[in-house]
Design a protein. Structure first.
Length: 145
């Protein structure tokens, strides 16, 4: 009987430790930077999200997105949406191994037309290679829900 209680106690502590560790790993996930790499040759380059695919990348409002150019050709990440004939966001021209970041804060989300509780699709392109395109899906932060 003593052995059974002891084993039950050990299992309970182990389960609690595993649960707390899993929570700690997830704790900062929304604060992490999202990295999009630019890979390929010239106009044939692509924006590759965290999964290594050219697919829409989901970004929670308040997070930072960093584009890193791994291509020998220069590239940009420039929003298709404009205000007063200027893109809502645009990176500088990125040469090989250079990077630039944009933080999609609440003000930018609203400037892009975002509304509380609704996702917002945001297309972007390379100014140098206009056929090179990417897409972000901006999700409202916890405050907006």
């Amino acid at each position: 009987m003593y052995r059974t209680r002891w084993l039950t106690g050990v299992l309970a502590v182990a389960a609690f430790a595993a649960f707390t560790t899993a929570q700690d790993k997830d704790k900062g996930k929304d604060d992490k930077e999202i990295v999009i790499t630019i890979e390929g040759k010239g106009a044939g380059s692509m924006y590759l999200g965290p999964k290594g695919k050219n697919e829409p990348v989901t970004v929670t409002v308040g997070r930072k997105v960093t584009w890193i150019n791994k291509s020998k050709a220069p590239h940009t990440a420039t929003s298709d949406k404009t205000e007063m004939d200027k893109p809502v966001f645009a990176t500088k021209e990125l040469k090989l191994n250079e990077s630039a970041s944009v933080t999609f804060d609440e003000g930018l989300f609203k400037a892009l037309g975002g509304k509380a509780g609704e996702d917002l699709k945001l297309s972007y392109h390379c100014e140098i290679h206009p056929k090179m395109k990417g897409e972000l899906i901006l999700k409202p932060g916890k405050k907006d829900k």
